[in-house]
Design a protein around this ligand. Sequence first.
Ligand SMILES: Nc1nc2c(ncn2[C@@H]2O[C@H](COP(=O)(O)OP(=O)(O)OP(=O)(O)O)[C@@H](O)[C@H]2O)c(=O)[nH]1
Ligand SMILES: [Zn+2]
Length: 189
Amino acid sequence: MTVDQARIEKAVREILVAIGEDPDRDGLLDTPSRVARAMAEQYSGLHQAPEDVLTKVFDVDHDEMVLVRDIEVYSTCEHHLVPFHGVAHVGYIPNEKGQVTGLSKLARLVDVYARRPQVQERMTSQIADALMRVLEPRGVIVVVEAEHLCMTMRGVRKPGAKTLTSAVRGDFRNSDKTRAEAMALILGR
Ligand SMILES: Nc1nc2c(ncn2[C@@H]2O[C@H](COP(=O)(O)OP(=O)(O)OP(=O)(O)O)[C@@H](O)[C@H]2O)c(=O)[nH]1
Ligand SMILES: [Zn+2]
């Protein structure tokens, strides 16, 4: 099962009527199908598993931290279905076999979980847990900094407020020093 675009089209037409618009006016004629295509992309992560993207795992002679910082992330708040966006930082310490994945795969993994209706805390943990499971590293750290449009364009209206979430597993959880080293790399900009 993938995103049901025909059903989205129907629903969007209904929403347009419900807000008092005319879905048959020129500018809105193609809107239901555009929204359906956009949503198919926005929610494509629901139909992907981490194994689909963490495909290249190779052995290198490196068993110390690998960290990709400032991965742009766009997700959708599951409470209001409006975007939240920011950056994710994903780090891990390879296992004793020195198994690493391609750097781009970490960014792809972020998208698997971002492209779903989400809350930031769950997205952060899911990225960390998936990396632990598939790559079996000695530890994982994921930090996400994001601005939620549901807090800026509506509701409490606090533009600029950033939400920071982190998930630490394995060595990053057990060792204050390792975690501090990672946080210094993440925040040291
Ligand atoms: N913990 C958490 N909360 C979130 C996230 N995204 C949105 N929220 C919050 O979810 C809450 C939903 O609160 P409700 O009171 O049910 O909804 P609401 O009346 O629209 O709330 P307001 O946004 O305060 O107007 C709000 O406080 C949002 O800020 C997230 O990723 N994590
Ligand atoms: Zn929201």
